[in-house]
Design a protein around this ligand. Structure first.
Ligand code: 13P
Length: 252
């Protein structure tokens, strides 16, 4: 089975509505021809309406960067999955390492958010990844499979089929230091075999595993040519339309 590559840009806290609209317009123009690759961008919440309007009929999906696990309520500053859907999002990032490390999202919180995303009908991109200390201690594979186990516990095979997993080693995010293609492939293979051990064959064969962490035009081809790397979750390089296009071209 061949998995369609899936490249997503996580804009993090960059691009207010005006700049986001301009970037989306450029992306729409540059990415029109890449029909063999699934594409998404995740702007800050306030820029979602502008980006959704601009990317209509472009084939580029719009994602939230996070969500709250409740539908609505007294949760000042929070946004629900249902609100993201209403605003035109089809995807949402869940468990990004910056949410985990800077905002205190625990594995339990991540699991609740993942369920909330599925409840709302969003396609989640579930992020997992180890810190440098965990890798140096030889615990990288245990940490990542442990995060998966806690996030996916109790979900049906059908629910897991709707999830994209993003392996983002924390030490490679925003550092310019990327995992080598071999290092990334090794972890992706571990994730796929972890899925194989627990779910029907269709799940490991279908679920896409993105790599994230300093993906740039110069290293994208090496990473994306690995058998178990099905796409990328791109931070910094997704803020420049040409760089993002070049990464997408490396996948297509
Ligand atoms: P960078 O590509 O800037 O390292 O960010 C990766 C990331 O965190 C994407 O979610």
């Amino acid at each position: 089975m061949t998995r369609r590559p899936f490249i997503a840009g996580n804009w993090k806290m960059h691009k207010g509505p005006v700049q986001a609209d301009a970037l989306a317009a450029e992306l729409k123009r540059l990415l029109m021809d890449f029909t063999g690759v699934d594409l998404a961008v995740a702007p800050p919440y306030v820029s979602i309406p502008a980006v959704v309007a601009r990317l209509k009929h472009s084939g580029i999906a719009v994602a939230g960067q996070d969500l709250h696990d409740q539908v609505q309520g007294a949760y000042t500053s929070a946004i629900s999955g249902e609100m993201l859907v209403e605003a035109g999002c089809s995807h949402v990032i869940v468990g990004h390492s910056e949410r985990r490390s800077l905002f205190g999202d625990t594995d339990e919180v991540v699991a609740a958010k993942l369920r909330a995303a599925l409840r709302a009908g969003l396609s989640p991109i579930l992020c997992v990844g180890e810190t440098l200390a965990q890798r140096d201690a030889g615990r990288a594979h245990d940490v990542v499979t442990g995060q998966l186990a806690l996030a996916l516990a109790g979900l049906s095979p059908d629910q897991v089929l709707g999830i994209t997993i993003a392996y983002e080693p924390v030490w490679a995010i925003g550092t310019g230091r990327t995992a080598s293609p071999a290092q990334a492939q090794e972890m992706h293979a571990t994730i796929r075999s972890w899925l194989s051990d627990r779910y029907p064959r269709e799940v490991p064969a279908t679920v896409r595993i993105q790599y994230g962490g300093s993906v740039k035009p110069g290293n994208a081809r090496g990473l994306l040519s690995q058998p178990d790397i099905d796409g990328a979750l791109v931070g910094g390089a997704s803020l420049d339309a040409t760089s993002f296009r070049d990464i997408v071209a490396a996948a297509g």
